[in-house]
Ligand binder design. Structure first.
Ligand SMILES: [Fe+2]
Length: 305
């Protein structure tokens, strides 16, 4: 296996102090480093140094980091990216604090992707020696891990091809104009490298933008409790709690103080490489997105950062 997972999301926020309150006190992430106008976070059940980086100055995404299993995977992926027609540069150890050397390229969607093989190991908050089920003093929602991200791209099919050819990701669900036509237009694609139902999704839209990044929860009860915490902390909720038809995930979408959309996501079914792709047609996209209301809200389809 080459790419194991999307290891970090690096986003911009307009006000770092407000953002820190949201990500640490409401969501319950642990700050692992603050330097050079950036703050680094991990969630309690994550072991690497950080999975979220916030940088003051605007909104939207700066870059995504993908972690490979072996150092030698970096060379393999560099070759695959070049074969796909991408321009790849080398990244030195320490360019990102606590992250190994690797490569960097700009995806066809104009997002910056980094690939690395190592990050300083901190360990989960319950450790690995006779670990307890969860830390006793969680803060706010107390999310255990960061989950997927949804990015926008003008050409979804090319992005799906790139994730397959370069990262060995496979699609689990897709919205396309025609279920039979092999040249059908792809409107959105959900992809993964492991059994997680999606690690990254791509939706047709403006280049270099992102729609949301998500945090993992266990079940409906935890999603409901997160909604209660959001009410207590005056977090603007976009929609939910509800379910996605696509991925079957249970969800709430909400905004950080800068207007970046976040999600808490529970459930979903296990992904397998040999499982046939779930395909949706555009007329069912509202049910696929919000399974109960079967109606998209204006904000969900028009607000992204
Ligand atoms: Fe999502």
């Amino acid at each position: 296996m080459a790419v194991m997972r999307m290891g970090y999301v690096h986003a911009r926020v307009t006000d770092l102090a407000e953002a820190k309150n949201h990500y640490a006190n409401t969501l319950g992430l642990y700050e692992t480093l603050a330097e050079d106008g950036k703050v680094y976070y991990k969630a309690w059940d994550e072991w690497d140094h950080h999975s979220v980086v916030l940088e003051e100055g605007g909104v939207g995404v700066v870059k995504f980091g993908f972690k490979v299993e072996y150092e030698s995977d970096i060379d393999l992926i560099e070759k695959k990216a070049q074969d796909f027609g991408l321009t790849v540069e080398r990244m030195s150890k320490g360019e990102n604090p606590e992250v190994s050397d690797g490569i960097r390229f700009i995806a066809p969607s104009e997002h910056v992707f980094e690939v690395y093989h190592g990050q300083t190991l901190i360990g989960t908050e319950v450790g690995t020696h006779n670990p307890d089920a969860f830390p006793r003093h969680l803060v706010g929602v107390g999310v255990p891990a960061r989950d997927h991200a949804l990015i926008l791209a003008e050409d979804v099919r090319t992005m799906e091809n790139m994730f397959g050819a370069v990262f060995d990701f496979f699609p689990t669900e897709r919205v396309q104009t025609d279920l039979e036509d092999k040249d059908a237009h792809f409107i959105a694609s959900w992809m993964t490298a492991n059994n997680q139902i999606h690690q990254i999704a791509v939706l047709e839209g403006p280049q270099a933008k992102f729609h949301h990044f998500a945090f993992k929860l266990g079940d409906w009860t935890e999603v409901g409790r997160a909604g209660d915490i959001f009410a207590m902390d005056d977090v603007p909720i976009d929609i939910g709690p509800t379910r996605h038809g696509i991925t079957r995930g249970q969800t709430i979408y909400f905004f950080d103080p800068s207007g970046n959309r976040n999600e808490v996501f529970a459930g979903g079914y296990p992904a397998y490489r040999d499982r046939p792709i779930n395909k949706w047609t555009p007329d069912q996209i509202a049910k696929g997105t919000f399974y109960h209301a079967r109606e998209l809200n204006e904000r969900f389809t028009s607000v992204y950062t």
